[in-house]
Ligand binder design. Structure first.
Ligand code: NDP
Length: 296
């Protein structure tokens, strides 16, 4: 079973109206032209009749400081942050919420009268995407491949309910540090190198970029998977891992759900309103059906 959003694509004929009071949000990234976020946020603003708009900002790494200062100078309501700025932006902000501090990466900035707070909605977005599929992490044995920003975001939440959480990472020291940090939340996380016994995990998460390029190797030996295991690949592009795991009757989830929910949570932080997630989902689907890329 592979997970792809379904639903009718809705073409909203009404044009977005920009006026003197329109609040600006957007996304800082480099590159940025492949982002799917403007489509889902603008659709959600429009359907709620909120006077906001969301635009892409191509921010070269050399200009990140000026770009952050411009959030204050231009009175933007807030921004999302994507590759390669998620970590580098931290010292440029005034305040960090607890979860973003643990993760060490920011994907959402809120501007409150010039005071900028960094959040990370990826982990909560991931958990919401599991919940909407009726999947709970409670009491499960879980494996995360990767020890970067997204692994830390999902690990922060998963360790709190899982029976055990195992981390495998390319850079051993980084993976071990991640485990130590997780154990400060709950003492049920372990570092693992040998992935021959995948059958012991009920949930397996790929939090590496492996699979985004055709020539990438598989992050795990899919031959060791068993029917009914949950394989969650954070990439929302269809990967070989997703295809192979589907063939083996695993329950396969891709990163689209997480992308949607992290966006919905950012939307709430900026506007104080809950967006219509089905509208966001459809807009995401529509944007995805166009030639697009791999960035949030
Ligand atoms: P990071 O760069 O922060 O971390 C990547 C991790 O993958 C690191 O642990 C890194 O190893 C490891 N890695 C990178 N390349 C390889 C490789 N060739 N072989 C083995 N391990 C490798 O990236 P993110 O955590 O931000 O992103 C990871 C994936 O998650 C991406 O595909 C991204 O698109 C996706 N993502 C999806 C989101 C969504 O909403 N669906 C949100 C955020 C991310 P090392 O420890 O050595 O650095």
């Amino acid at each position: 079973m592979n997970e792809r959003f379904s639903g009718t694509i809705v073409h909203n004929e009404e044009r977005m109206k920009i006026n003197g009071k329109t609040k600006i949000t957007g996304i800082f990234g480099y590159p940025i032209e492949h982002t799917l976020s403007p489509a889902m946020h603008n659709a959600a603003f429009q359907v709620l009749g909120l006077d906001y708009c969301y635009v892409p900002f191509l921010v070269h790494p050399d200009f990140l400081g000026q770009a952050v200062q411009s959030v204050r100078a231009l009175n933007l309501a807030g921004v999302n942050v994507t590759v390669p700025h998620k970590e580098k932006i931290i010292p440029l902000l005034d305040h960090m919420n607890e979860e973003a501090l643990f993760i060490g990466a920011v994907n959402t900035v809120v501007n409150n009268e010039g005071r900028l707070t960094g959040y990370n909605t990826d982990g909560r977005g991931f958990m919401e995407s599991l919940a909407e599929k009726g999947i709970s992490s409670e009491g499960k044995d879980i494996l995360i491949i990767g020890a970067g920003g997204s692994a830390r975001a999902v690990g922060y939440y998963l360790c709190q309910k899982a029976n055990s959480l195992f981390i495998q990472g390319r850079t051993r020291e980084k993976a071990k540090r991640f485990v130590q940090d997780l154990c400060r939340i709950k003492n049920n996380s372990y570092h693992i190198e040998d992935l021959s016994d995948l059958g012991r995990f009920q949930i397996i998460i790929n939090a590496t970029p492996l699979g985004l390029r055709e020539e990438d190797p598989l992050p795990i030996n899919t031959g060791a998977l068993r029917e009914g295991q949950i394989v969650y690949d954070l990439s929302y592009k269809e990967t070989m891992l997703q295809k192979e795991a589907s063939k083996l009757q695993c329950i396969v989830l891709n990163g689209l759900g997480m992308l949607l929910w992290q966006g919905a949570l950012a939307f709430e932080l900026w506007t104080g309103r809950k967006p219509d997630r089905e509208i966001m989902r459809r807009a995401l689907n529509e944007a995805l059906s166009e030639p697009q890329g791999i960035f949030t």
